[in-house]
Design a protein around this ligand. Structure first.
Ligand SMILES: O=C(CO)COP(=O)(O)O
Ligand SMILES: O=C[C@H](O)COP(=O)(O)O
Ligand SMILES: [Zn+2]
Ligand SMILES: [Zn+2]
Length: 320
């Protein structure tokens, strides 16, 4: 099956109240684990590549790995640039055949974010590529004063519903990444902090009321940091203290509220690391990479199967 665009995947996901997993890839083992898991679960899939992944693996290697995955599988797969930080990088990926790009100018003031995003949208749409943009900041373990209770402060880090409407109308972006307490990495929350799901509901409603329909929202920083993986890493010599992710129950609510794309990278890293650590700890004389990368790849695959089946609920929807 040829590469697909996220526009089609999102329309079906929103209708069916499931989310598409967007998994970050940096090497062959990750591509294989994710694609095999989704193939077995008959799940539609977004493989996403960051600027760092392109620097690490070389864009041509990644492209060829994905071509191999696409030719060996039957499920719809979209290839997406994660956190594109400039028009030039987005253009490069569009020219290379990515079916989707993210322009993340969320670090800029609102007007500048609009200007950069609109430029990417204009180029992308001429080339049959769709665009994800971002509004608001992903803040990590430090919450903005006064936002903890879920107030809609315009000055803060969280996405404001009215600004989201304005932003989508001005830019014409195809999906929007929101900041509702989500953040990247293995240290997302302190204590019992959670996602601001009321805000997500308000953003969705504002977009709907403004005539933008069932608009696809994107949840970055959606790794749940499973405790069994943290424990496994620590058991075999790792040191992860107070690692905490988004509870899977929150992801499920976000999915039902209209997050059509859910980004997962950290959980893949944890699974791969746990697998490698276990083998090297138990067999310190092992030097064949296949002997530790193989079991690590199997752990990533199990994790992805669990996500698509039990959390994102996109399993079985590959041929909707
Ligand atoms: O948002 C992500 C990639 O863009 C990944 O988030 P995690 O760090 O929670 O996996
Ligand atoms: O959003 C960040 C992703 O986890 C990608 O991370 P990276 O930039 O280290 O490849
Ligand atoms: Zn961002
Ligand atoms: Zn992200």
């Amino acid at each position: 099956m040829p590469l697909t665009t996220t526009r089609e995947l999102f329309a079906k996901a929103l209708k069916g109240k499931y989310a598409i997993g967007a998994f970050n890839v940096n090497n062959m083992e990750l591509v294989q684990a994710i694609v095999e898991a989704c193939e077995e679960e008959k799940a539609p899939l977004i493989l996403q590549i960051s600027k760092g992944a392109r620097q690490y693996a070389n864009p041509v290697y990644l492209k060829k790995l994905i071509e191999a995955a696409v030719s060996l599988s039957n499920i719809p797969i979209a290839v997406h640039l994660d956190h594109g930080d400039s028009f030039e990088l987005c253009k490069q990926c569009i020219d290379e055949g990515f079916t989707s790009v993210m322009i993340d100018a969320s670090y800029e003031p609102f007007d500048k974010n609009v200007e950069i995003t609109r430029k990417v949208v204009e180029y992308a749409h001429k080339h049959n590529c769709v665009v994800e943009a971002e509004l608001g900041h992903l803040v990590g373990v430090q919450f903005d004063e006064g936002e903890e209770g879920g107030g809609y402060s315009k000055s803060g880090h969280y996405t404001d519903p009215d600004e989201a409407v304005k932003f989508v109308k001005l830019t014409g972006c195809d999906s929007l990444a929101v900041a509702i307490g989500n953040s990247h990495g293995a240290y997302k929350f302190k204590g019992d902090q959670r996602l601001d799901l009321e805000r997500l509901k308000a953003i969705k409603k504002a977009l709907m009321d403004a005539g933008l329909g069932d608009y696809p929202l994107v949840l970055h920083g959606a790794s749940s940091v499973p405790q069994y993986l943290v424990d496994e890493i620590n058991k075999y010599g790792g040191k992860l203290q107070d690692a905490r992710g988004v509870p899977e129950a929150d992801i499920e609510v976000a999915r039902r509220l209209g997050c059509a794309k859910v980004n997962i990278d950290t959980d893949l890293r944890l699974a791969l690391t746990a697998g490698i650590r276990k083998v090297l700890w138990e067999k310190p004389s092992e030097i064949d990479p296949r002997k530790y990368l193989g079991p690590a790849r199997a752990m990533v695959k199990e994790l992805v199967r669990h996500k698509v089946r039990n959390v994102l609920c996109c399993a079985g929807h590959a041929f909707d």
